[in-house]
Write a protein that binds this ligand. Structure first.
Ligand code: ASP
Length: 408
């Protein structure tokens, strides 16, 4: 089904782009809006299942580990993988933006300054532990959700038999939510079609022309990370054939591309991981956690955007300032929500760290939504490769061997 679903989603996307361009040239606004509504319904339905999915899968994956030592190993490997890949992504971005210099010589745009609230690191950290868990969940605060899920899982692991009924309940929540995910997947091509129609109708060449070099830098960086760095990691550390393994995840990658939301893509990614034979303890831990805190594409994007704006304003960034961008871009990606334009919200944090003018963010707004498709795909790809690396590091056996490890 992985293959045929991917093909259907791809057909939905391509058809949506063609139909959107046709509607745009004919000036037919109502069908464009109707298609957009269809796409939004699909996106909302996916996001609707994310909270129960993250909570049940993450808490269960921790609760079902045999002991705390195993939990420490699993979290260590996962966090090390996240940090290393995020760092690689930002380094690629910084190297390219310094070599290509996409912002040099560009006239300063007169776009209106965006209304983005400056992000406080202190608030971000404080919000991880919610004073009112129900309020935090209702507001969709993902870091708080992750914390609650991990805490519940660890408490269940310690409580042993006493926690058994809660574990059974969580298990059934997970199974039932996955049934809904199956249903949603069957209408995914239609939802993707709707999103693509609106996307094609919204973008014009005029928006791209002044920012072509910038877009090229971001996309090239993402391509190097996604097509080279991550596959090499998979080959070296997971010992899987990266592209054979990724074949199972095409529906997830296409959903990420068309929805620009790694959270909304999570249900699809989990489903693909199950089909690819990723062990349940690994996929239920690495994917929900990664959806929220492992965003290679966003980290790369934020670093490139900050340097681009500095170049446009003729601000020279010293090595130390670029180091600060490196650190804050990594943190900003961890704090970003897996929703469309989630990275934009945390971008002021990176800008402020080196004193860049916040109004510079207006320069990159016109094509942010377009680049979001690419960086979200890389965000999801990072989590997918993470599953294979952590699975290997933990010596977990595959649950249904689809791709044989190299040399096995
Ligand atoms: N849209 C991205 C995601 O969902 C976040 C971002 O805006 O960079 O992963």
């Amino acid at each position: 089904m992985g293959g045929s679903l991917a093909v259907r989603i791809l057909i939905g996307f391509v058809a949506g782009i063609c139909v959107g361009l046709a509607f745009k040239s004919l000036g037919w606004q109502p069908p464009i809006e109707l298609s957009g509504l269809l796409g939004d319904l699909f996106l909302r339905a996916l996001r609707m299942v994310v909270i129960p999915l993250i909570f049940s899968s993450l808490a269960l994956s921790v609760a079902q580990l045999s002991d705390i030592a195993r939990l420490s190993r699993l979290s260590c490997w996962t966090v090390v993988y996240y940090l290393v890949t995020n760092a690689i992504a930002v380094m690629i971005g910084l190297a390219l933006v310094n070599v290509i210099q996409p912002g040099s010589g560009l006239p300063i745009g007169d776009g209106k300054p965006p209304q983005l609230p400056p992000l406080q690191l202190k608030t971000l950290v404080l919000n991880i532990i919610p004073a009112n868990p129900i309020e935090a969940l209702a507001k969709g605060e993902m870091l708080a959700l992750i914390f609650l899920s991990l805490l519940t899982g660890a408490a269940l692991l310690s409580a042993k038999d006493v926690g058994e009924p809660i574990q059974r309940l969580l298990n059934s929540v997970l199974q039932v939510t996955m049934v809904v995910v199956h249903w949603l997947l069957s209408v995914a091509p239609v939802g993707v079609f709707g999103l693509a129609v609106r996307l094609a109708a919204e973008f014009g060449l005029a928006v791209f022309l002044p920012l072509t070099k910038y877009a090229f830098t971001v996309i090239l960086g993402l391509a190097i990370h996604g097509l080279f760095a991550l596959p090499v990691l998979a080959l070296l550390f997971a010992r899987v054939h990266p592209f054979g393994y990724l074949r199972h995840f095409m529906p997830a990658l296409l959903t990420a591309f068309s929805t620009s939301s790694s959270s909304a893509t999570l249900p699809v990614t989990l489903e693909c991981a199950e089909r690819a034979g990723v062990h349940s303890e690994v996929r239920n831990f690495v994917l929900p956690l990664g959806t929220t805190i492992n965003m290679d594409g966003t980290a790369l994007y934020e670093a490139v955007a900050a340097c681009f704006v500095a170049q446009v304003y003729g601000i020279h960034l010293s090595f130390t300032q670029q180091l600060l961008i490196f650190i804050t871009a990594n943190l900003a990606a961890i704090g970003a929500a897996g929703i469309p334009a989630g990275g934009l919200v945390t971008m002021p944090f990176v800008f402020q760290s080196v004193g860049l003018p916040l109004k510079g963010i207006a320069l990159i707004l016109p094509i942010d939504r377009f680049l979001d498709m690419f960086r979200t795909t890389i965000n999801v790809l990072g989590d997918i490769i993470g599953c294979s690396v952590v699975q290997r590091a933990m010596n977990f056996e595959k649950q249904s061997s689809v791709e044989a490890p190299l040399g096995a």
